[in-house]
Design a protein around this ligand. Structure first.
Ligand code: NAD
Length: 339
């Protein structure tokens, strides 16, 4: 492999730290620096892990210095010499950072908390890799949308779909959040039809007829999706299972193996990977059923890690490092997806 592509991470939080570590596992790219807004334990750990740390907000360099944390400068210094920046800042902050990337003329990947118009393309590796090839701005869609899009695309590739109806049972917050939550309730979110997930899937797969509803529940581990799809032609449950089994980014699990709830999936992932990151959709094979020509599927999505492989593939598409098949294979191999 020749020169490594230089990547900056703007916003070293839940998604940023995972993207950074995943980049470190690829032979064709490297993290040249990460940014933080506060000199907290995450900032200290970033330095300990060997990342060069920069202040996400320029006038905060001194705050890091005063806290005794090794800091290289501000975000502008970091972005001077990079091939691409992965913006992993909080919801809607990416759009505020965009003018800086435009000014510097660098490529940027935004995350799912941004509106779709922040980028030229809303991205999912298996569904529309080619649309991101050579682009300057790409948005990797959110955790729920990534999970839905992978599932729908994999079915659609094999069997034409008439319509999709899905309900998202959403983890209320990520495990680290202590400022907000939902202790004892089920919150329809939103209460009005439709939830934003359907239109968000259409930002990647525009010709899918989909309506979604969503509910927040007091758990932090994973989302669960109950999906039903009306197909053009009649198919067997086995054919659906085989189509899903052939996609490495989908992991088929069985309740008979003890996968009785998201807690068991996470317990399994704790053995499998660092920080129980589960990059694959966990689809219950024994949930697949066909009633009156409609296919029913239940899947679980680890919100913190599902979009990580997509960010890696988006880098390769935008910088034209590899084609779709090659990139996905390389990412899967390096992140041990489907092995
Ligand atoms: P987070 O709060 O864990 O991390 C955000 C980081 O950005 C923090 O480290 C913060 O210090 C930093 N930051 C704050 N202001 C900044 C600025 N102006 N410039 C640069 N960095 C700044 O958030 P997260 O959960 O990692 O979410 C990041 C993005 O990823 C959001 O768009 C979110 O919607 C999306 N996303 C999150 C999840 C998830 O479940 N956590 C899943 C998929 C997509």
């Amino acid at each position: 492999m020749g020169m490594k592509v230089k990547v900056a991470i703007n916003g070293y939080g839940t998604i940023g730290k995972r993207v950074a570590d995943a980049i470190g596992m690829q032979p064709d790219m490297e993290v040249v620096g990460v940014t933080k807004t506060k000199p907290d334990f995450d900032a200290k750990m970033a330095v300990k892990k060997g990342y060069k740390l920069y202040a996400a907000i320029p006038d905060r360099v001194k705050v890091f210095e005063d806290a005794g944390i090794e800091i290289q400068g501000a975000v502008d210094d970091l972005l001077k010499d990079v091939d691409i920046v992965i913006d992993c800042s909080p919801n809607k902050v990416g759009a505020q950072n965009k003018p800086l990337y435009e000014k510097l003329g660098i490529k940027a990947i935004f995350q799912g908390g941004e509106k779709k118009d922040v980028a030229e393309v809303s991205f999912n590796a298996i569904a529309n890799f080619d649309e991101a090839v050579g682009k300057q701005f790409v948005r990797v869609v959110s955790c729920n949308t990534t999970g839905l899009t992978r599932l729908i695309y994999t079915i659609k590739k094999n069997f034409p779909i008439k319509k999709v109806r899905a309900t998202m049972i959403r983890r209320v917050v990520d495990p680290k959040e202590d400022k907000k939550g939902l202790v004892n309730g089920i919150e329809p979110n939103p209460i009005k039809l439709p939830s934003h997930h359907g239109p968000d899937v259409q930002s990647v797969l525009p010709d899918v007829n989909i309506v979604t509803t969503a509910f927040k529940v007091p758990t932090t581990l994973m989302h669960v999706h109950s999906v039903s799809m009306e197909l053009q032609d009649s198919v067997s449950e086995d054919a659906i299972r085989d189509a899903l089994a052939a996609e490495p980014r989908i992991m088929l699990i069985n309740s008979s193996d003890g996968f009785t709830s998201t807690t068991k999936i996470i317990e399994f992932a704790r053995e499998l990977r660092m920080r129980y990151d589960l990059y694959e959709n966990a689809v219950w094979a024994d949930s697949i059923g066909i009633v009156d020509g409609e296919v029913y599927i239940t899947q679980a999505i680890n919100q913190e890690s599902i979009v990580i492989p997509e960010n890696i593939d988006a880098i390769r598409a935008m910088l034209e490092l590899m084609d779709k098949e090659e990139s996905i294979k390389e990412t899967n191999k390096n992140l041990k997806i489907g092995v």
